[in-house]
Ligand binder design. Sequence first.
Ligand code: NOJ
Length: 728
Amino acid sequence: MYFSLGKVALITLLAGLANAAPKGHADQKKLLSWDEAYSKAEALVSKMSLEDKVGMATGSGWGLDNCVGNTYAGNSTDFPSLCLQDGPLGIRFADNATAGPAAITTAATFDRDLMLKRAHYLGKESYGKGVNFQLGPCLDIYRGPYAGRAWEAFGEDPYLQGVAGALTVKGIQSEGVIATAKHFILNNQELNRHTSSSNVDDRTLREVYLWPYARVVEEGVGSVMCSYNRVNHTYACENEYTINTILKGELGFRGAVQTDWFAHMETVQSAKAGVDIEMPASIISPCLTRVPGAHWGPNLTQAVKDGKVSEDRVTNMATRIAAAWYKMGQDKDFPETTLRSFNRSEAPTVVVMDDHAKIVREVGAAAVVLLENDDNILPLNEEKLSKIALIGSDAGPNPDGLNSCADQGCDNGTLAMGWGSGAVDYPYIVTPKEGIEKQAGGSIDITYSYDDWDLVKAANVASDADVAIVFSTSDSGEEYIVVDGNVGDRNNLSLWNNGDELIKAVADANQNTVVVIHSVGPVLMPWIDHPNIKAVVWPGLPGQETGNSLADVLFGKVNPSGRLPYTIAKKEGDYNVKPSNESDVNYIEKLEVGYKHFDANNIEPLYEFGYGLSYTSFKYSDLKVKTTKKEDALVKATVTVNNDGDVDGAEVVQAYIGFPESAGEPPKLLRGFEKVFIKKGKKSKVSFTFGKTELSIWDQEWTVPSGEYKLYIGASSRDIRQTATFSL
Ligand code: NOJ
């Protein structure tokens, strides 16, 4: 712990005073409808000067204010400067804020309640620090396993991404903060992200990449960030088709489109295409002078005067921004912005963490995917153990100090988030070592070896322990930081820091070896058939409570129920997508993303999408299906799930749809999941409803194909326990 109790108490007291407003707002929970918000916004904006409307749409410059982006306050009417701040897992450049689980780990819970709980605390913390726009959730589909920033989003499946994205928007916005869905669209690799063109057909665009945006727009998301890349050769932030036609037209998005940072390259086309906010809008001069609006600001005002952009378009920008602001209730008592990004120290200390660590710990434990558990070696039985060996740098702290790498751009010590603008500072971290020590109790002797390269020591420490737990990592992030030669994207899918050798050395030395891997995504496991490796534990990127969440599962306080939000292949060549170094990144795999590729091409993965073990077992029976005429409930299904094992636990019941052959879809698509907690010996009836949304394909428009469908209900995308057919 950093401070003495007295200091914590003092800070909390001060924070309590500064935070008087957030509580009141959070209790309201009722947001305005878009119509209500628009009528207020239109009334306000109708009184604004052209310059003020342009100012609302223009950033005040990178590094020149207290947030990563700020807009200008109005003069003609009383409209404040708005603060835009990263990111998807917490508040970047903030102190006294929570560093929780990454989105990819949240997705692995397959738990709607936890997704929403996490979103509420994210929103509360941003609100408490006076952040108007939180720059998340990230909805970039995990198109291929090398994608550097995929850990910022919710995995390879659009349905899962859509559910998690919508719940995240709901939680953040109900706390009075405008959520920002990003990066719109086809920003699926870091390599050449500023120049390459992601080329895709209309159907793939809609069914795979747009799907999650459709769900967050339905949830009323206040902002969408257009991405760096080109889409079919036109920059995403100048793309009339993707922004105006699809996002604002087809999906009916009513909030404001903001550019990614410096993704804005000119004045007129972006305005016409439907961009509403230029971010951060500055020309970075060597002496960091404030140059307002690199492309907008006075340039946009002039473009209006010259007749190149209509004033109506600018009025519409300001109206959209003001509408999002009214919708989230930010016109009433919004807290002062107290961020200290870019070393601004003048703001007061505001502690927003509250008891959010509890949610972080709960999500972290619920997200642990148990990949192997031979001889039921887990949970660890304290009574039978006298010595546990912990091996690998990932078990311990960063030797250079907490937050010693800017934006977490390194892989030192335990890995609990990736790097880049989606990373935050840790207020503290409970390492795996600390978490395990706390729960192992005093009678168990714990020995360590942190050096990943000292295989002799690793083997020695492992050899005389009852159980050896060996840790390793694989990291990635955003391209502006290069870590160990990885320019954001992953160079390969191997473990970092000598991981494979370390695991082999430990397994050779101890016949009860447990492997724990903290990774941004899939890794290769050349040691997986080693007879001494009894368990493989996959906790993802759990944030500050990582060690506690892990120990909860290792010692059986929590029965694991996490499921993989992506596919782990047997070998690298089994994946169909690698980052492309060409200027044209062609999405030729079309709908065959992730497990759909493995299913369609009969490739057996090592661990499939949706997979994960439990300390208990579940039996499925009695699947019943009926069709109705109601558009939002065309098919209804129920299935009974029995916990027939020895302990209580949660099961993730997954529903996959097999479309009629004529539809040309991959073999099965996730279209429902429910996590149900069932006491041992008890059963639960799980229901699914599939409406037009779940049963449509894109064929010039969203269409429900006629013919015979299959419904697959199971414990993963390949562990199908019950099937049924129905016709529409
Ligand atoms: C660039 C990143 O792509 C985006 O996700 C982030 O929100 C902005 N930088 C602001 O930091």
